[in-house]
Design a binder for this molecule. Structure first.
Ligand SMILES: Cc1cc2nc3c(=O)[nH]c(=O)nc-3n(C[C@H](O)[C@H](O)[C@H](O)COP(=O)(O)OP(=O)(O)OC[C@H]3O[C@@H](n4cnc5c(N)ncnc54)[C@H](O)[C@@H]3O)c2cc1C
Length: 458
């Protein structure tokens, strides 16, 4: 039987950070990746990572700290996130940012996105990140990556410790032994109709966008050995995708965080647009026929950010996905909403902006506590039909601060660790942009550090 110190399941950001960390610590490692390439959902992502107190923020004159970051995370999570996991993130976040930098992961720029009181979305090119980590792995002769090698089951020894992985390669079943532990980093289940049907039937009509290997197999493998699950009631889609985005061109735009409003097919607003785009997705799905539009003016359009994954509004225009009109009358006609209702909606919203008091939904900022809304009055006007996509599931196996998978009583399942999107508990009821890629890197490394500390008594 093949024998390793650690076996890592999945080659997205969590798995690749774990592989580098373990390899550099001298461990003998096998990483199994089900697909024919590394990257999973990570390489489809917008690349925002939530860090605070960084040199990039300092250079941009942004005042932030771990404390503010954690406060925002808990607020966005509705206070039901596992506070110990959030604190563990806080303790490691800055060191992880530095570690990524030192390993050649490039941070391009900063933006404020969902749940940020200040700009703290540090943007990476996720392909560059995975390739860079993979280059490092190739230098480490003690780490083996095996593609097209799905893990199927985990096996326990007589002491109840997970110590083997049953996997497939070239149609052949193999067993590999892990003396220090198995780290599940197999991502979420955004591509499993079966699990989404069971756990999130309310998202039936949502687009599915995610790594093609993400079917929740890691969750099943952990559950077989008694893992508890967390955050299932908070499964939500993400708002801001064009209805065609599940195809090859994944057009997404978050004009609402730059000052757009959201209206339904009746021409009415229905939500405070500054809240988490997960919660916006929930609200949008409750609208008649689940139809909604982001509506903005030239003042908002002028805030378009070239080449930004979420804020390049001009790109949406070049892709001919926007309706543009010189008058509200023409815009209402384009999107087929009643003109008088749309005019009343915008005039009431503008009055609220002038009064500093949104009478209907209490909007005070652009996103979370950041930025001031502006009136929608400066032609031309724009509308972007938007819908909800299930991108990332963020509900999964329960872990403690050592990234050990735990049972319903909070007791560790010996030898079993998990990191990244396969885990639940960290985000709670809402998600701050960048905290998912962030937690992959933070807990991928923690899982390795803790597993390698284990002294196995025979
Ligand atoms: C369009 C989009 C935009 C996003 N934008 C952001 C963002 O800006 N910021 C942010 O923080 N988050 C974002 N997310 C979420 C984030 O990308 C994911 O949560 C994160 O990348 C998950 O990383 P991971 O390593 O846990 O899993 P993944 O990157 O999904 O990797 C898991 C890997 O495990 C493999 N695997 C699955 N089952 C098995 C098995 N049985 N055996 C072996 N291998 C297996 C998969 O094939 C996959 O390669 C976005 C997601 C999407 C889809």
């Amino acid at each position: 039987m093949e024998t390793y110190d650690l076996i890592i399941l999945g080659g997205g950001l969590a798995g690749m950070c774990a592989a580098v960390e373990a390899g550099e610590a001298g461990a003998h490692v096998l990483l199994l990746e089900k697909e024919d390439e590394l990257g999973g959902s990570t390489v489809l992502s917008s690349g925002y990572m939530a860090f605070a107190g960084t040199d990039m923020q300092e250079q941009a004159g942004i005042i932030d700290s771990t404390e503010y970051l954690l406060e925002d995370m808990i607020e966005v999570g509705g206070g039901v996130n596992d506070q110990e996991l959030v604190e563990a993130y806080g303790q490691q976040q800055l060191a992880t940012y530095t570690w990524l930098n030192e390993h050649g992961v490039e941070f391009r720029s900063l933006e404020a996105v969902s749940g940020h009181s200040v700009p703290r979305g540090h943007i990476i090119d996720p392909h560059q990140a995975i390739q860079t980590l993979n280059q490092r792995v190739k230098q480490l002769t003690n780490v083996t990556i095996r593609l097209n090698a799905p893990a199927r089951r985990l096996l326990k020894n007589d002491d109840g410790r997970i110590d083997r992985v049953l996997y497939e390669v070239d149609g052949e079943e193999r067993t590999a032994h892990a003396s220090k532990g198995v780290i599940i980093a197999s991502g979420g289940f955004a591509k499993s109709e079966e699990l989404l049907g069971q756990f999130a039937p309310q998202l039936k009509g949502a687009l599915r966008i995610g790594g093609r290997g993400n079917h929740g197999e890691g969750i099943r493998m952990a559950c077989e050995h008694g893992a508890w699950l967390k955050d299932l009631p908070y499964l939500n889609g993400t708002y801001g995708f064009h209805p065609t985005a599940a195809g090859p061109v994944k057009s997404q735009g978050l004009a609402f965080y730059k000052g757009a409003i959201m209206v339904n097919e009746l021409g009415k607003r229905f939500v405070n647009e500054s809240i988490s785009y997960k919660l916006l997705g929930k609200a949008a799905f409750e609208q008649p026929d689940q139809v909604s539009f982001q509506v903005w003016d030239q003042t908002v359009m002028d805030k378009s950010v070239y080449d930004d994954p979420l804020y390049d509004l001009e790109l949406l225009k070049r892709r001919r996905l926007l309706y543009q009109a010189d008058t509200l009358e023409d815009l209402a006609d384009c999107i087929d909403v009643p003109l008088e209702v749309l005019e009343e909606t915008i005039s009431r919203y503008n009055q609220g902006v002038a009064d500093g008091e949104d009478p209907d939904f209490g909007r005070k900022s652009l996103t979370h506590n950041y930025g001031k809304p502006t009136p929608i009055e400066n032609a031309p006007f724009y509308a972007f039909e938007s819908t909800v996509a299930m991108l990332a599931t963020y509900a999964g196996v329960s872990v403690n601060t050592k990234a050990q998978v735990v049972n319903p009583y909070g007791e560790p399942i010996l030898g079993l660790f998990a990191a990244g999107e396969v885990t639940g508990g960290f985000h709670g009821a809402g998600y701050m942009t960048g905290s998912s890629l962030g937690k992959c890197a933070v807990f991928g490394r923690i899982a390795v550090q803790e597993a390698l500390k284990e002294v196995i008594v025979k």
